[in-house]
Design a protein around this ligand. Structure first.
Ligand code: FMN
Length: 217
């Protein structure tokens, strides 16, 4: 669907998800935590992409990607790969795919089905989001920020989501994938499609996939 159609449907309150194919919870293989590209080289390659192949990521690559974004790297303390203010861990990572919308559960390292619809096209006004294999969705759970002064919660959550997004940028650079962080979406249509609760706030989105014309990593 093109951008103008999305804007028009959004104005009429009619920007809606598509039915999902084959929705179910997804078990992930353990993430691979060793090896990979040198950090300085990944930084050298980091860039945004906006043209993607529709092919799904393999389950190992998806597992590694989610761990890089929000996984537990210090199990004894439940520490994560990205920082959060007072270790609130308030940013929940969701994944929009053709099979549905899932929430990443770091402790179980699994994807929990949240919505049985393909919400990808509602995740942004740009047309590539409809067919790229997945969109990461960063949602703040304000209920987890009781220790943070109320006036600071939103900006702290955006900072935490930004740190996670940069982990994803570097992961993608190191694995020959394309990605782009995005804030241009219909907030209302998107929150409705996700069935967000009052204390949940939609922060950012990030498309991930193989760049059009590139070989499969
Ligand atoms: C907060 C934020 C919001 C953004 N929103 C969008 C967006 O909605 N759509 C998009 O295509 N790019 C978006 N971008 C990506 C920027 O356009 C991109 O990072 C910038 O052009 C620099 O390009 P580079 O990432 O390749 O260095 C966003 C970036 C940030 C930090």
């Amino acid at each position: 669907m093109n951008t103008l159609t999305k804007l028009a449907l959004g104005l009429m309150g009619q920007l809606k998800p598509r039915p999902a194919v084959d929705a179910a919870a997804i078990e992930l293989p353990p993430p691979r935590r060793g090896g990979g590209m040198a950090l300085m080289e990944a930084l050298q390659r980091r860039a945004s992409a906006r043209e993607f192949e529709p092919a799904a990521l393999g389950e190992q690559l998806l597992s590694d990607l989610l761990w890089a974004a929000a996984g537990i790297n210090r199990p004894e303390a439940g520490g994560r790969t990205a920082p959060s203010a007072m270790n609130s861990q308030e940013v929940q990572l969701h994944v929009a795919m053709p099979q549905g919308l899932f929430r990443y559960e770091p402790a179980a390292h699994a994807l929990q089905l949240r919505v049985s619809s393909d919400v990808r096209r509602v995740t942004g006004y740009q047309d590539f989001v409809d067919s790229a294999p997945l969109d990461l969705v960063y949602v703040a759970d304000h209920g987890r920020m009781q220790l943070v002064p109320a006036a600071q919660r939103e900006r702290y959550a955006f900072a935490a989501a930004g740190a996670m997004a940069q982990n994803v940028y570097l992961f993608c650079a190191a694995h020959g994938l394309g990605t782009v962080i995005r804030a241009w979406f219909d907030q209302h249509a998107f929150a409705q499609a996700m069935g967000l609760e009052a204390d949940q706030q939609l922060l950012l989105c990030q498309t991930v996939g193989q760049v059009k014309g590139d070989r499969q990593p």
